[in-house]
Design a protein around this ligand. Structure first.
Ligand SMILES: [Zn+2]
Length: 339
């Protein structure tokens, strides 16, 4: 008699634990058969009652039936839990294979802009930012653009309202930073710029620029050349030939454009360099003293240089992209090639 009672006790402990932790409906059904089925543990125990006295049979039979009801109730409530989880929002089936995560990456333009900025940061330039919507003062007047300069023409500039406009270069950041700081000021300013131009394979009305400038005592054109050569060799490779060409910008004097020898044809001439053998990559010069005076600097005591370059053009040269529009269309098949 005691042996049978012990067995019922063990069965209860095991079955309650297994039923309440059953992870799926299939496992639960299997447990039900193992415990309550015709060949189950409870049935087997009850079969052993035949050797007992009628009183003992009644006693143990009563306990066995109580246990049976208890386990049946537990099974029903566990089944409800499992089915509720299966139809509810919190379903996690840890046996399913995982979904692959989509790995994003930087756009080619951002990638190249970061490369350019990083090279100058290592030369001690700080990053500064300015608004995309500028005033005429910061975009033109403070930078020594005369009132009748053609760049102010609506053909080239998107005017917003009043004297507000979409900046045509990031050079306005120069003036904003000069107003905030005293020399030495050594800044790199990356950002979006806008020009009212027809969109074609070589030109877009929106593009990115990186502008750099340095103002301190005794800053010379040699300092500018040193910084630009360090950049060109780092970005395009140390073997590349470069040259300075005299140029004109309202806010620098003297001004020079920088070309590198076409690395597609080695200088012999090809469609990419328009048969000139050289590729123009940036504009530069010594900051005009009038700009320094506009921001209250003593132009007798301090001097500075500035340079600016597009981002899309070097990106296209370096990664052999033949149409600037590809950089803005966001065709995922194109973008995924540059990680
Ligand atoms: Zn060429």
């Amino acid at each position: 008699m005691q042996i049978i009672l012990d067995e019922l006790g063990r069965l209860e402990t095991d079955a309650v634990r297994q039923i309440t932790t059953a992870g799926t409906l299939d496992i639960l059904e299997e447990l039900r058969v193992q415990v309550l089925g015709k060949k189950g543990r409870l049935t087997a125990i009850l079969r052993g009652l035949k050797d007992l006295t009628p009183d003992q049979k009644r006693d143990i039979g009563g306990r066995a039936n109580q246990l049976k009801s208890k386990l049946e109730e537990l099974i029903v409530s566990r089944r409800d839990e499992l089915m509720g989880a299966a139809s509810g929002p919190g379903l996690i089936d840890v046996t399913l294979p995982g979904r692959p995560l989509h790995h994003g990456h930087r756009h080619l333009v951002t990638l190249v802009m970061d490369q350019i900025v990083n090279i100058f940061q290592r030369m001690g330039f700080e990053i500064a930012d300015g608004p995309d919507i500028e005033t005429d003062y910061y975009n033109f007047s403070a930078l020594n653009f005369p009132p009748d300069h053609p760049a102010r023409d609506e053909q080239d500039t998107f005017y917003v309202e009043g004297d507000r406009l979409l900046r045509t270069h990031t050079s306005g950041v120069q003036v904003r930073e000069f107003e905030k700081r005293k020399p030495p000021v050594k800044i790199i300013a990356p950002g979006l710029v806008f020009r009212n131009e027809a969109v074609n394979a070589r030109a877009h009305c929106v593009f990115h620029q990186v502008e750099g400038f340095f103002v301190d005592t005794n800053v010379t054109f040699s300092d500018l050349k040193g910084v630009l050569e360090a950049f060109v060799y780092e970005f395009f490779g140390s073997g590349v030939a470069m040259r300075y060409r005299p140029s004109f910008f309202p806010f620098t004097e003297p001004s020079a454009e920088v070309d590198i020898r076409c690395f597609f044809c080695g200088g012999k001439g090809c469609p990419i360099c328009k048969n000139e053998g050289w590729l123009e990559i940036l504009g530069s010069g010594m900051i005009d003293p009038a700009v320094l005076k506009n921001v209250g600097y003593d132009s007798e005591r301090v001097s500075g240089y500035a340079f600016g370059m597009g981002v899309e053009r070097p990106a296209m040269l370096r990664y052999q992209v033949n149409d600037i529009r590809l950089l803005f269309e966001n065709d995922i098949r194109f973008i995924r090639q540059f990680r």
